[in-house]
Ligand binder design. Structure first.
Ligand SMILES: [Zn+2]
Length: 265
């Protein structure tokens, strides 16, 4: 997983506020192409990909993070590393949400070693920070077969965000419990379902897709105190890989609890 830290460092170097995500696309697209069957840019500039895993007959799962950061990256700042942590010498770091992207990339590299059997979809979205414009511009037809959306854009570690405050549920409670179980299985029993803020999970859930927003390891986002823990990023990779492995081993079980969604959201 050394790769995760070096890729995260590269992503943090790129200045790409909302609306100016092209440099992120240019950096990450060739890397996605190595691991996914198809990678393309949609009409809005979102970067999308797909990969069939195993026979492809199982569920379709979406992994998502946003490419933009809020304004406030100082052009001459340095990204510094101190032991487990990246921080910025001045201004915001922008680990919200490059950390989410690095985590998704690490999962993609490990998916072949799991029992997951189905279709993996990846969405790196634009303009999340200015009203989720990128995710809302995604083609609903591309999302229609997605049974579970895993967004990685929550501060801190070991949070499974299952609703926006008490305003909008993202998923059936069983989905949060499923991720808590995945945490227990991989030795992190304190992954917990919590309420959270606005993220692209709001968009996916609005289509009736079971969605969660997982911790991406950054803290104090949007401020000069922002930092990101590499260990926390790796823990989230571990959780997602374990969850995908469980889906592969249990097959229909995920589809069963996904079928409950319609009456809940
Ligand atoms: Zn974010």
């Amino acid at each position: 997983m050394k790769k995760l830290a070096s890729e995260l460092y590269d992503l943090l170097q790129i200045i790409a506020p909302s609306g100016k995500e092209e440099r992120v696309v240019r950096y990450i697209k060739p890397k996605m192409e190595k691991w996914l069957d198809h990678v393309w840019i949609d009409h809005y500039g979102n970067l999308l990909g797909e990969r069939q895993c195993g026979t492809g007959n199982g569920p379709t799962i979406l992994l998502s993070a946003h490419m933009d950061s809020v304004d406030g990256v100082e052009p001459y700042r340095e990204v510094r590393r101190e032991e487990d942590v990246f921080y910025s010498s001045a201004g915001i770091l922008g680990a919200d949400d490059r950390a989410g992207m690095a985590i998704v990339m690490a999962v993609i590299r490990q998916i072949g070693a799991t029992k997951f059997n189905g279709k993996l979809k990846v969405a790196f979205t634009r303009e999340e920070e200015i009203g989720r414009r990128g995710s809302q511009a995604l083609d609903p037809a591309w999302l229609h077969d997605v049974e579970l959306a895993i967004v990685v854009d929550r501060r801190g570690n070991r949070d499974i965000v299952t609703s926006f405050a008490d305003v909008q549920p993202f998923c059936h409670p069983a989905v949060g419990q499923f991720f808590e179980e995945a945490g227990r299985i991989c030795g992190m029993p304190d992954w917990k379902s919590v309420r959270g803020g606005i993220s692209d999970a709001c968009t996916f859930a609005s289509y009736g897709i079971n969605s969660v927003n997982l911790s991406a390891g950054y803290r104090y986002e949007h401020t000069w105190d922002e930092f990101v823990s590499i260990t926390s990023c790796k823990e989230t990779v571990q959780l997602i890989v374990t969850a995908l492995d469980m889906v592969g081993k249990r097959g229909m079980k995920l589809q069963n609890f996904c079928s409950l969604t319609g009456s809940v959201i």
